[in-house]
Design a protein. Structure first.
Ligand SMILES: C[S@@+](CC[C@H](N)C(=O)[O-])C[C@H]1O[C@@H](n2cnc3c(N)ncnc32)[C@H](O)[C@@H]1O
Ligand code: SF4
Length: 377
């Protein structure tokens, strides 16, 4: 049996943030209802044979899933329930933007079985929120967090972003400490990435703004780790920290190379042999499903080498690393050779223990570079 997760992508936002390249549309809330009908059709007609899969996580992300009302959410969940066995679901997450999820709605979501809330805090500093073009305030964060607790959520994640142009280490310390004082069970601390096609990318190209120098980036990383560790948050992946037993099981599925099903525009799915993704276009997605057609845009064959390289790439980003036994015996010699070479290039960074390969703390800063070196060709 493969333990797996279900992802649902809700592509609506009140406004588009300058840094975000996740697929979402702003100002089209009038299409939510027809989108939900299309999504239901996609779930109902999904042809993947999942008889040997056990689903233990659901993640409704976006976009801004909290823009849906409880009736729409209920329709989606009952469609999933009709199609799949949801009895083993232990973690059911929904993403919400601060100020865009009122207590009553959160209560309704909670009563539908959603037991984890992920709040996009990003920062508590108004000038940084403004730079990121976020439309919420720090007061909205406090209110939404309290509403979530009042609604019954005992498992809350908050996302923060650092390495923002103009952000000082003191600003970042303030954000980390303010969040820690709220006591969320989980914290994702993401370094701001610049993605092609975003407004942020344009601003950097025009030289209107500059990203922080590499040295400062390292200081941000060190401050993140020391502040969160001191406050009993355990780093289990480069950007992810939690109190004991509250790691995000859904994201762990991705990082452990488990199977998953994704529904909604731009969503990906993976069955161990291939990965496929839906069109990142709301109108096309709706039209295809309304006409009884598939919403899939591309299929990608995952060869054995590709799969192993993904295990290495994601694995080294987790503090626990990956199991050596996941490398099949026919590729074992090649892997050992790569491992040796990588150990020479990055001395004392790689640990081999209990049938696992992982990085020492300092090595986590270079996880992607080390992984590239270790990958098979
Ligand atoms: C795609 S959003 C969806 C959830 C919700 N709409 C929100 O904004 O919080 C999920 C998270 O991705 C992170 N994110 C998106 N783009 C990013 C970027 N370019 N760099 C770093 N983090 C990013 C943000 O922290 C955000 O909370
Ligand atoms: S960061 Fe969140 S709110 Fe902003 S555009 Fe992306 S999905 Fe929408």
């Amino acid at each position: 049996m493969n333990t797996t997760g279900i992802y649902i992508h809700i592509p609506f936002c009140k406004s588009k943030c300058i840094y975000c390249d996740f697929y979402s549309v702003a100002g089209q809330d009038n299409k939510i209802e027809i989108f939900v009908n299309a999504l239901i059709r996609e779930i109902e007609t999904c042809p993947v044979d999942t008889t040997k899969w056990t689903f233990d996580t659901i993640f409704i992300g976006g976009g801004t899933p909290s823009l849906l009302n409880a009736q729409q959410m209920e329709k989606i969940i009952s469609t999933l329930d009709d199609k799949y066995d949801l009895n083993k679901i232990i973690e059911f997450t929904i993403e919400a933007n601060p100020g865009e999820a009122r207590k009553e709605k959160l209560k309704e979501f909670y009563s539908l079985g959603i037991n984890r809330l992920s709040i996009g805090v990003q920062s508590f500093k108004s000038e940084l929120l403004q730079f990121l073009s976020r439309i919420h305030s720090s007061d909205d964060v406090f209110r939404t967090f309290q509403s979530a607790r009042d609604a019954g959520f005992e498992n809350i994640n908050c996302d923060l972003i650092y390495n923002i142009p103009g952000q000082s280490l003191e600003d970042w310390r303030f954000d980390l400490n303010t969040l820690v004082n709220l006591n969320p069970e989980h914290i994702s601390a993401y370094s701001l990435t610049v993605e092609q096609g975003t407004k942020l990318f344009e601003l950097l190209q025009n030289k209107s703004i500059l990203m922080a120098p590499e040295k400062l980036h390292e200081h941000f990383n060190t401050l993140t780790l020391s502040t969160l560790t001191k406050n009993n948050y355990n780093q289990y992946e480069i950007s992810n920290y939690s109190i004991p037993n509250k790691e995000c099981l859904h994201n762990l599925h991705y990082w452990k190379n488990d199977f998953y099903l994704g529904f909604g525009p731009s969503a990906h799915s993976y069955d161990g042999k291939k990965r496929w993704n839906n069109f990142s276009n709301l109108d096309k997605y709706i039209a295809l499903l309304e006409n009884g057609k598939s919403s899939i845009e591309t299929f990608d064959d995952i060869t054995e080498i590709k799969r192993i390289n993904e295990i290495i790439g994601f694995g080294l980003r987790m503090t626990n690393g990956f199991k050596i036994s996941r490398i099949p015996s026919n590729l074992s010699n090649q892997f050992q050779k790569q491992l040796k070479q990588t150990q020479i290039k990055f001395p004392k960074m790689i640990i081999k223990e209990n049938n696992r390969i992982k990085l020492i703390q300092k090595g986590m800063n270079f996880a992607d570079t080390i992984a590239m070196e270790m990958m098979l060709s």
